[in-house]
Design a protein around this ligand. Structure first.
Ligand code: SAM
Length: 328
């Protein structure tokens, strides 16, 4: 079957799947403080529907899947679903992005499901600041979850910190230091102005500045990226057990290397995180479409994939959909 390839010759082999728009945190840069309307149960794709979509994708070269949300661990049955994905012949890599609040409860099931790599989002190492950013007093739970993930042999355990001026930039060095004493892979991510949030563009701290702060701790040595690695520019401190990475969608976009497609919880295919463009898969699925039609819809989405995103530093708001609805 024809491999997914876009107009700019990029091979698309990576599908990020959001299984819910619901989340047990209220990160101020991700969701608005005003009440948000959540998708109804019927709006959300059933696991069987997602599995069917993945199987069609695998026929066209999808090899890597990441499960995200909302918070994926709040959706009932997600570990069974992870195991089903892992059983699909052709899937080479399955990973999970979580805020870590429920990690302790589910870590064994996640492992049994065949997930090897976990990304945990953590924006503060300080309990009060964690509460301020996320609206929930859950730092301890997340911290324990992170250590448990290492203990249980997940490798790597990545910690994603979205760096925001005035909110957590004073903690950059503390995060960087973690990579010296622990095997964590710390990822510093640039804030992207997506949807409505209580953070604005003036609070963006771009990678060059973050890297300068991190570099004050010691010499950074480059680390080569492997086959399944994402767009981070990777480094480590000479004496470090773990490593550091900078993800720079704004200051050094990686669109030319982008191999991603996204499936939202309500069954929309998106070929770029930073565009509102989407193709409705769910309606066709529920009208009894064939697998050929699913392939066609994938190709339609891929044909819309832009050469590069338009989230320029000077632009106001390029994406109106909330991050929790797309799946970061
Ligand atoms: N709940 C899960 C979690 O916290 O990892 C998965 C979904 S969350 C939307 C995925 C990632 O997107 C998190 O690391 C979060 O910090 C990041 N994120 C959310 N809004 C963002 C924004 N505006 N800019 C950059 N990263 C963002």
């Amino acid at each position: 079957m024809e491999k997914f390839k876009d107009r700019y010759n990029r091979n698309l082999s990576y599908l990020r799947i959001s299984v819910t728009d619901r989340c047990n945190l209220r990160c101020r840069y991700c969701v608005p403080l005003t009440p948000v309307t959540m998708l109804s149960h019927d709006d959300i794709l059933h696991y069987e529907e997602v599995l069917r979509i993945v199987k069609v994708g695998v026929g066209h070269g999808i090899r890597k899947v990441r499960i995200t949300g909302g918070e994926p661990l709040v959706r009932k049955g997600v570990c069974g679903f992870l195991a089903e994905i892992n059983r699909i012949e052709g899937i080479e890599d399955i990973s999970l992005t979580t805020n870590g609040v429920l990690l302790k409860e589910y870590i064994d099931e996640i492992k049994e499901a065949g997930v090897k790599r976990i990304n945990i989002s953590l924006d503060s190492l300080d309990r009060d600041n964690f509460l301020k950013i996320t609206g929930r007093d859950n730092f301890e739970k997340v911290w324990e979850g992170i250590h448990l993930a290492v203990e249980k042999g997940f490798d790597p355990v990545k910690i994603n910190m979205v760096v925001i001026k005035g909110l957590n930039d004073h903690e950059i060095l503390n995060f960087a230091e973690l990579s010296i004493h622990h095997p964590f892979h710390i990822r510093f991510i640039e804030y992207m102005p997506i949807g409505e949030a209580h953070v604005d563009k003036t609070q963006q701290l771009l990678t060059p500045e973050t890297k300068k702060i991190v570099g004050s701790l010691g010499e950074l040595v480059s680390v080569e990226s492997g086959k399944n690695d994402g767009p981070a520019f990777r480094y480590k401190f000479k004496n470090g057990r773990g490593e550091l990475g900078f993800i720079s969608p704004i200051s050094r976009h990686f669109c030319s290397r982008c191999n991603r497609l996204r499936l939202t919880a309500n069954g929309m295919l998106r070929s770029c995180l930073l565009s509102d463009d989407q193709v409705d898969l769910k309606t066709h699925l529920r009208n009894g479409c064939t697998d050929e039609k699913i392939s066609e819809l994938f190709l339609e989405s891929i044909n819309h994939k832009q050469r590069k995103h338009h989230l320029e530093i000077t632009e106001k708001q390029a994406v109106s959909t909330q991050m929790n609805a797309i799946g970061g």
